[in-house]
Design a protein around this ligand. Structure first.
Ligand code: PBG
Length: 341
């Protein structure tokens, strides 16, 4: 009988004792802050389903990043809303597009900030899919158009190259096409960007948690004849964990430097499995729907927002995340450094 000799509560008696034996820590520099860039000047469009998140013109985005930097955030990930969308997502790989412009401004004005970029087509295509569409083979199953995997790869690679040329520190493909990591690595290396790492959204699940993001990035699949209504043809089935390991394995073989699991909290089991099997840094993306849920409950006074945020991000770390992408990055960094409340 271990009790009464053994009493785990002994080490929980005071905060100093607890901190002495704490196994996991959360720090501002574990966090990556997603920001949305839009054309124009002095633009700050509030995103309705994400209180505290804005579509920002480059000048405002730089100011916002500066504030985050002062709170201790050391990394941002950029998403772009372009001037024009078309079927080929041309603006995604335009060298003077919204993201290259944002990168240049950030690297110049907040030089200490690590700038990551999301590499995907859905913000740039008029149909809202993460790749270009093609008609299915005659006689094949279904009538819908399909996202053309192989024809999309060179476009993603060109997009990553445009970001690297503008000064991106890390590129992060989120499209879930097969072979994208290799395509991006090859093109980057061919142009002398062998030092730009790839963070692959390796296990990205087709779930219901991305709704608010699609408001922010104006990237929802658009209704139209033959256009697939969701992303289930390329993002993963939430029921699958073995497949997540397979995706990670393939991305690492193709040259990914870091891998991501997305969303975060409902998928922490997947993160733990990956963390136990691979040695590269792993990231968790606490996505828009997860953010919106905390915000909504906090606005009603039903939960203590600050405590829930820090606990959520800590739990991502405990499950194995080296980095956590979160819209709460600045807020959490301010809490952690005692600059808030
Ligand atoms: C682009 C992309 C998405 C997110 C990150 N990159 C949206 C999607 O797959 O529809 C979602 C992030 C979030 O919900 O916070 N493909």
């Amino acid at each position: 009988m271990p009790f009464p000799q053994i009493r785990p509560r002994r080490m929980r008696r005071t905060e100093v004792l607890r901190s002495l034996v704490r196994e996991t820590h959360l720090a501002p520099d574990d966090l990556v802050w997603p920001l949305f860039a839009v054309p124009g000047q002095r633009v700050r469009n509030a995103v309705k389903s994400m209180p505290g998140v804005f579509q920002l013109s480059v000048d405002e985005l730089v100011a916002e990043a500066q504030e985050g930097y002062e709170a201790g955030v050391r990394s941002v990930i950029l998403f772009g809303i372009p001037e024009r969308k078309d079927a080929q997502g041309t603006e995604a790989y335009a060298e003077d597009g919204i993201i290259p412009r944002a990168i240049r401004a950030l690297k110049e004005q907040v030089p200490g900030m690590v700038v990551m970029t999301d590499v995907c087509m859905c913000e740039y295509t008029d149909h809202g899919h993460c790749g270009i569409l093609k008609a299915p083979k005659a006689g094949g199953p279904g009538q819908d158009l399909q996202v053309d995997n192989d024809a999309t790869l060179p476009l993603l690679a060109k997009e990553a190259l445009a970001h690297a040329k503008a000064g991106a520190d890390i590129v992060a493909p989120s499209d879930m096409m097969d072979g994208r990591v290799a395509a991006i690595r090859t093109l980057l290396d061919g142009h002398g960007y062998q030092d730009v790492p790839i963070l692959s959204y390796a296990a990205k699940f087709a779930g219901a948690f991305y709704g608010p993001f699609r408001d922010a990035a104006e990237s929802a699949p658009q209704p139209g004849p033959g256009i697939p209504k969701d992303r289930k043809g390329y993002q993963m089935d939430p029921a699958n964990w073995r497949e997540a390991l397979r995706e990670v394995e393939l991305d690492l073989e193709e040259g990914a430097d870091m891998v991501m699991v997305k969303p975060a909290v409902p998928y922490l089991d997947i993160l733990r499995l990956i963390r136990d099997r691979v040695d590269v840094p792993t990231a968790a993306y606490h996505v828009s729907g997860e953010y919106a849920m905390i915000k909504a409950a906090a606005e009603r006074g039903w939960i203590d927002e600050d405590r829930v945020v820090l606990e959520t991000l800590l739990c991502c770390r405990r499950a194995g995340a080296d980095l956590v992408l979160t819209y709460y990055a600045k807020h959490a960094a301010q809490l952690l450094s005692g600059k808030k409340r």
